[in-house]
Design a protein around this ligand. Structure first.
Ligand code: PLP
Length: 379
């Protein structure tokens, strides 16, 4: 059996929606992007969304929009994709890591205050695998120290925790529509916020700092544009927005199927002596973006390769960022500095999770993972 790590769920109707845009006059940022931004904001219960080309761009621009730059520090987690910390570097600021909770892999909010200095300007929590961080606690700390909170919600579109959803307690939340995300346009991203001022600024920052976009210039009597600030070229286009818009209508239905699959995995692995699972906390709705298991660290790569050999697509999300060569060399990080993140990074394996996965395929993954981990548990 061959089980892909990921299969997207783009339907013929989604494709038809994109084709309609391609048969129309206007391909770049225009009405379809605006419609997506409205619908995405509605889905989240937030006021504004700004569509961009990736979550990396979303993070970068959010930091800039809140004035974070050289000399500033941003507290974040080493247990994430490098995009999170790299975006801080793009803004000219310094990422400062705080270790994570062993149960969830999310930033340990109790350690944040100890990492804060007079240079700290923001907290950048990441909702790992789809489960939200403790946003109430993070907001409280941020208010006490006058910090901005920007959420990396790349994994967490459908998530909530104790009634709180992404963007509701922060200053901005950043989303990814990368190829393996819960809704996708191949590449894409968005920032959602309740601040009108920040949304307006983000619209300029995503397009070179120009005062007017192409649609505004073309469809109305020509008016000269000005460049008001230094911006980037990160604008979402109408084709991406068309693909995303029609997937948004099925987002909960797709989540439901991933939830079912995760429960099958959890029921099968929960009492297995060779496997540990991250916990989904009571009161938390995980967006169920990635399903991970943890195995003996010294056997992790062997298990990974054996699963591949038996036809199962796997990944590692994530090895701790501070141990990657660039971060070690640039900031002098060493093993032992963030032990919980290191432990997760050394022992984690991500299994296939997407709505198109059949029950039979899930059962094959379960059986194979059980066999392989038992085999490597012996010496
Ligand atoms: C936690 C996290 N943040 C940010 C990103 C970056 O997203 P993008 O590829 O859309 O830039 C990813 C991508 O996978 C991610 O997993």
């Amino acid at each position: 059996m061959k089980i892909e790590f990921y299969k997207h769920n783009i339907s013929q109707a989604d494709i038809a929606n994109a084709v309609e845009v391609m048969n129309s006059l206007f391909l770049t940022t225009g009405e379809t992007v605006e419609e997506f931004e409205r619908r995405f904001s509605q889905y989240l219960g937030l006021k504004y969304t700004v569509g961009v080309t990736s979550c990396t761009a979303a993070l970068h621009l959010s930091l800039l929009a809140y004035g974070i730059g050289p000399g500033d520090e941003v507290i974040t987690t080493p247990m994430t994709f490098i995009a999170t910390a790299n975006a801080v570097l793009y803004a000219g600021a310094k990422p400062v890591f705080v270790d994570v909770e062993p149960e969830t892999g999310n930033i340990n909010a109790d350690l944040i205050e100890d990492a804060a200095t007079s240079r700290t300007k923001a907290i950048l929590p990441v909702h790992l695998y789809g489960q939200m961080c403790d946003m109430r606690k993070i907001r409280e700390i941020a208010d006490k120290h006058h910090l901005t909170v920007i959420e990396d919600a790349a994994h967490a579109i459908e998530a909530s925790r104790d009634g709180i959803r992404p963007g509701q307690l922060s200053d901005a939340a950043c989303f990814s529509f990368y190829a393996t995300k819960n809704i996708t346009s191949g590449e894409g991203g968005a920032i959602s916020t309740n601040s009108e001022e920040i949304a307006e600024k983000l619209k300029k920052l995503r397009l070179h700092g120009m005062s007017k976009g192409a649609a505004e210039r073309y469809f109305r009597r020509y008016e000269h544009w000005d460049m008001e600030m230094l911006g980037w070229k990160y604008n979402m286009n109408n084709i991406q927005a068309a693909l995303l818009l029609s997937q948004l209508g099925r987002i909960e239905q797709n989540w439901q199927r991933r939830e079912e699959i995760c429960r099958m995995y959890e029921d099968a692995f929960r009492s297995n002596a060779h496997i540990s699972l991250p916990l989904v906390l009571p009161g938390s709705k995980s967006a169920r973006h990635l399903f991970t298991v943890q195995v003996r660290p010294e056997k992790r790569d062997k298990v990974l390769w054996q699963l591949q050999e038996r036809g199962i697509g796997v990944a590692v999300n994530f090895r701790a960022i501070h141990l990657l060569t660039f971060y070690r060399q640039t900031f002098g990080y060493e093993r032992g500095m963030y032990p919980i993140a290191e432990k997760i990074g050394d022992s984690t394996i991500t299994l296939p999770l997407y709505p198109k996965l059949t029950d039979e395929e899930v059962r094959y993954v379960i059986q194979t993972v059980k066999e392989v981990t038992a085999e490597y548990a012996q010496d």
